[in-house]
Design a protein around this ligand. Structure first.
Ligand code: PEP
Ligand code: MN
Length: 399
């Protein structure tokens, strides 16, 4: 039996589910369903992360900010996996093994800075919190949190995993017989909705305790990593590899506590610190944090999320990010870790397999008055394939 305690601790950014009985029924249903991923593949990822922490491999984790159910058909998941694969091949062509982690097949929930959104006509509706919670359409009806969406999120994750399995199978058949050793694509998402994550805890037969069967890797976001809140308690309980986003406001004491609690019991590299400070702040903040960790710093995997600290607005009010700033944060990330004999262990990116125009190539684009012609993200701006390759090439040159 898995104790319920985590659900009794304060948790930020949980939806206000309107009908508690509906949520309770959904939780029962989730507990009765089969695990989405098995414990063995979570441990296989942990094994790969040991190489990352030792400086012998890097992670490329990439995909949507907010994944839509409507964008989760088999061919779409396969397109997203192919993009991650191509990004990994850039690293591998430099002789460095790359671990493929998708930010898809389950990335259906978002923390939001404001609980409501004001429409052009002045009316106020609940904010979009990801397809696992409510609908993107800007109407009060679509934005009502519906716990049945948690079951749909489960279904789409299951289908996404089937799509990845089929892709793996077809590719290994296509490549000459020995191709059966194709590198796997692991799936990951932010462990935000604790009713969902908790409902999918399953006993871990190999290590004892429980693992999160919703994904191989889950991470705790910048807005939910409070030391006394439920998300960190959840991360502490599971045997999967876990990530924690670390923004510019993190204190040395917080980081030490996070590492002491979450690295323990996981193999080397099984805790991933996903640094997202922004190009303007990383040089000021990261060195102090690394120094404070002392020898613990070598036990974790260090990833750079150069997206979330570099969000800007265009002159027309759109959220965007600039490739040159993204690259500037990566450069500093690599330098700061290198100077302390640590390994820059990879990138965490928001990407699309489509030629979207959500991110800008240079700062000059910020002052332009033209609306981007392909802005399709349900939440944050993503790199298009050309931009993503450019960013990964830049990172590879720094390795
Ligand atoms: C995200 O990864 O989409 C996100 C919300 O990031 P962070 O928690 O780092 O702000
Ligand atoms: Mn995002």
């Amino acid at each position: 039996m898995i104790p319920q305690a985590v659900l009794e601790i304060t948790a930020a950014h949980q939806p206000d589910w309107p009908v508690p009985a509906e949520l309770a029924a959904v939780r029962r249903e989730l507990r009765a369903r089969p695990p989405l991923v098995d414990a063995h593949s979570c441990h296989a990822l942990a094994g790969e992360l040991e190489f990352v922490a030792r400086g012998e491999a890097v992670v490329i984790q990439a995909g949507d900010c907010a994944e839509l159910f409507a964008d989760s058909a088999r061919h779409r998941v396969q397109a997203k996996a192919s993009q991650v694969h191509q990004l990994c091949e850039i690293v591998e062509s430099a002789g460095i093994p790359a671990v493929r982690i998708g930010r898809f097949a389950g990335q259906f929930a978002k923390p939001r800075s404001c609980a409501t959104e004001i429409l052009a006509d002045g009316s106020e509706i609940p904010v979009y919190r990801g397809d696992a919670v409510n609908g993107l359409a800007p109407t009060a009806a679509a934005r009502r949190p519906d716990p049945a969406r948690l079951l749909t999120a489960y279904d789409f994750t299951a289908r996404g995993l089937d799509a990845l399995f089929m892709r793996q199978l077809l590719l290994s058949e296509g490549s000459s017989g020995i191709g059966s050793m194709l590198a796997p694509t692991y799936i990951s998402h932010e462990a935000l909705l604790l009713d969902f994550e908790h409902g999918l805890l399953r006993p871990d037969p190999a290590r004892g305790g429980a693992y999160a069967s919703s994904a191989h890797l889950v991470w705790i976001g910048e807005r939910t990593r409070q030391l006394d809140h439920a998300h960190l308690a959840f991360a502490e309980r599971i045997t999967n590899p876990v990530g924690v986003k670390i923004g510019p406001g993190a204190t040395p004491e917080e980081l030490i506590a996070i590492v002491d609690r979450l690295a323990a019991g996981r193999g080397r590299g099984g805790l991933i610190l996903i640094i997202r400070m922004g190009a303007q702040k990383i040089a000021d903040r990261l060195p102090t944090l690394v120094a404070a960790l002392g020898s613990r710093a070598g036990q974790v995997s260090w990833l750079c999320d150069p997206m979330h600290g570099n969000t800007r607005k265009t002159s027309t009010g759109r959220k965007t990010r600039v490739v040159t700033e993204i690259q500037a944060e990566i450069e500093q990330f690599c330098r700061i870790l290198r100077e302390r004999r640590l390994h820059p262990g990879g990138l965490h990116l928001e990407t699309s397999p489509d030629p979207v125009t959500e991110c800008l190539d240079t700062m000059a684009g910020l002052t332009g008055s033209r609306e981007p012609d392909r802005y399709e993200s349900a939440c944050d701006p993503r790199l298009n394939p050309v931009q993503a390759e450019q960013v990964v090439r830049h990172f590879t040159r720094l390795l």
